[in-house]
Design a protein around this ligand. Structure first.
Ligand code: YSA
Length: 351
């Protein structure tokens, strides 16, 4: 064919191509046909290449016609390949080589990470008691992580949180940014953006400049809780946390509150449950005490309430913070926190 194809040339090319394709009964014959017409040196490909030497008007008309032929040939090619495939399957079936009684092939299905499952279970427990779920930033200002929580600069209480600082220095030459060491800064952010009553839980990742061991990771998850309203008492806090422990660990578990110190609560408490291994008798999991600490809590310090503009003579509240992996360890009897982030499917597939 010349480099200036007429409509008749193209019709003839299409007709002869389709005739030949009908004769092609095997995959090999179909492939030969494809190379002959649509391959790099195929007849239709040559036509398309030749179009570049035509005047623009002619090129447009001839190009459209050639592309229509190409679309027809490609469609018929796909149909012919499918027919050969079906024919092959039918032949196999007729020979009786498909055993429909064989079990199917296992398709691996993904699942949620155990930490994610535990976060959701904890949040569901508090949602059932009327708490909203909110989230906040992992890169945080010193202002929210410490100062607004009644932990001023150079205060020894900062030593309770080994901090990873962000390499950003402000005009005063101070490092005001960090990776949050706990979810407590969200107490302040939440109160700054809402009037009481407030009831929130905050799941999220925290970071500490700590050496890892069986119960410590340098990154881990916490769930924070905060409730502020008129007339909230320590008894409300105990009742809420008892109910939480019952929902997560079952009604047989015993709960213990003891005095603890956090600068942002007054009074402060730690909550422990009786050891799941020895049931309170004392063993090496609970270090002989019979109890395992699961969270820190307390009544929100009036200084924190006043800092966000709440009237502390009118409003009171409680707050708490728990380690998610530690709760999962207690619930499922996991003896090393590092298993959570070792990416070992043998561990992860158990949940
Ligand atoms: C206390 C009082 C409140 O009113 C509100 C919150 C809190 C908790 C406080 N913000 C806090 O972070 N306390 S904590 O340092 O003792 O950590 C709380 C929980 O996080 C621990 O009980 C533990 O379960 C978990 N945790 C702490 N460091 C961890 C860790 N989990 C894994 N690896 C670590 N390195």
């Amino acid at each position: 064919m010349t480099s200036n194809p007429t409509p008749t040339d193209l019709e003839e090319l299409q007709a002869s191509a389709l005739r030949e394709l009908e004769q092609a009964a095997s995959s090999e014959a179909i492939e030969q046909w494809r190379v002959a017409y649509l391959g790099r040196r195929g007849r239709l490909t040559q036509v398309l290449r030749g179009l570049s030497s035509l005047a623009p008007d002619e090129r447009r008309t001839a190009g459209a016609a050639a592309n229509r032929v190409k679309a027809v040939l490609e469609e018929r090619l796909a149909g012919a390949e499918e027919n050969v495939r079906l024919g092959r399957l039918q032949a196999i079936a007729e020979e009786g080589r498909i055993d429909v009684t064989l079990p199917g092939r296992h398709v691996p299905v993904g699942r949620l990470h155990p930490t994610t499952q535990m976060v959701r279970e904890i949040c569901d427990a508090f949602a059932s008691m009327g708490f909203q779920v909110v989230e906040g930033p992992e890169v945080e200002w010193d202002y929210y992580n410490f100062e607004m929580l009644n932990i001023p600069k150079d205060h020894p209480a900062r030593d309770m949180w080994d901090t990873l600082w962000i390499d950003h220095v402000d005009a005063q030459g101070e490092r005001p940014m960090l990776l949050r060491t706990h979810t407590s800064p969200m107490q302040v952010r939440t109160m700054q953006n809402a009037e009481p009553p407030v009831r929130v839980v905050v799941p999220g990742k925290c970071y500490r400049y700590e050496a890892t061991d069986a119960t410590h990771e340098w990154h881990f998850y916490q769930v924070e809780g905060l409730a502020v309203d008129e007339g909230i008492t320590f008894a409300d806090m105990k009742g809420t946390l008892y109910e939480f422990a019952r929902l997560i660990f079952g009604s047989e578990r015993k709960v213990r509150f003891r005095v603890d110190f956090f600068p942002f609560v007054e009074p402060g408490a730690e909550m422990a449950i009786d050891c799941f291994v020895c049931k309170g008798g004392g063993c090496n999991v609970c270090k002989g005490t019979g109890w395992i600490e699961i969270l820190g809590a307390g009544m929100v310090n009036p200084t924190v309430l006043e800092g966000v503009g709440y009237d502390s003579s009118r409003y009171t509240g409680f707050a708490f913070g728990m380690g998610v992996e530690r709760i999962a360890m207690l619930k499922y009897g996991i003896d090393d926190i590092r298993l959570f982030y070792g990416n070992d499917l043998r561990f992860l597939q158990q949940f």
